[in-house]
Design a protein around this ligand. Structure first.
Ligand code: G3P
Length: 215
């Protein structure tokens, strides 16, 4: 399973990338707004840092034509860019045309297996179901991922499922167990994944025992 970092923070991306831990980055308008930096320059900087799929979202989503026009512009910024498009009828129609023109898409704000099926039929390269936000409203996000992966595999769709809106390290393990193609995680989750109190305690004990033995 590939790991993407779900952030637009350059320091976090540098740190995760230096550790060789990430295969790509996902951004969204909220994450970019948090950084208070110019969008285009930030996305290009991320693309230069990480040589993998970098998702950048379209904002002019009123019609298929407006989505295609903005997506074609964004795609020219860098060869690593995947254009992220919200899961609407106009968005799905745009994704189908963009993919046929060689522009890779990531259908986002996906909350049902039916949406996954339609995005897959549009040949979207990536589809991003939001697990945490489904759990927030009392639904089972992981079950939706399992159903989506079954559909993708049974019908041999090319789309890769990105497990998004990840709120806990356990979700990453569960996504991997289900065979998801990608999980995109905030930096904090990446830190939590490596941490274990018994590892820290074990290191401390080894150091103490080693020092005492040499007294
Ligand atoms: O990748 C989508 C993600 O950024 C949404 O996460 O925590 O805002 O639901 P969250």
């Amino acid at each position: 399973m590939k790991l993407f970092l779900d952030t637009a923070n350059i320091s976090e991306i540098r740190a995760a990338n230096a550790a060789g831990l990430i295969n790509g980055v996902t951004t969204n308008p909220s994450l970019l707004a948090k950084e208070k930096l110019p969008i285009k320059e930030t996305i290009i900087e991320i693309c230069e840092l990480v040589d993998g799929p970098i998702s950048a979202e379209v904002l002019n989503i009123s019609t298929t034509e407006s989505i295609i026009a903005e997506a074609e512009d964004i795609a020219k910024w860098h060869r690593n860019i995947i254009v992220k498009i919200p899961c609407t009828l106009a968005g799905i129609a745009a994704a189908k045309i963009l993919e046929s023109r060689g522009i890779q898409t990531n259908i986002t704000l996906v909350f049902s297996a039916n949406q996954v099926l339609l995005a897959a039929k549009a040949n979207a390269s990536f589809i991003s179901p939001f697990v945490g936000r489904l759990d927030d409203v009392g639904e089972n996000g992981l079950l939706m991922i399992a159903n989506s992966l079954e559909i993708i595999r049974k019908h041999n769709f090319k789309s890769q499922i990105i497990v998004a809106s990840v709120r806990s390290p356990l979700t990453v393990v569960q996504a991997a167990q289900l065979g998801a193609h990608v999980a995109t995680v905030p930096y904090k989750i990446l830190e939590q994944m490596i941490k274990h109190p018994l590892t820290d305690a074990g290191i401390k004990k080894f150091e103490e025992d080693w020092k005492n033995a040499r007294l």
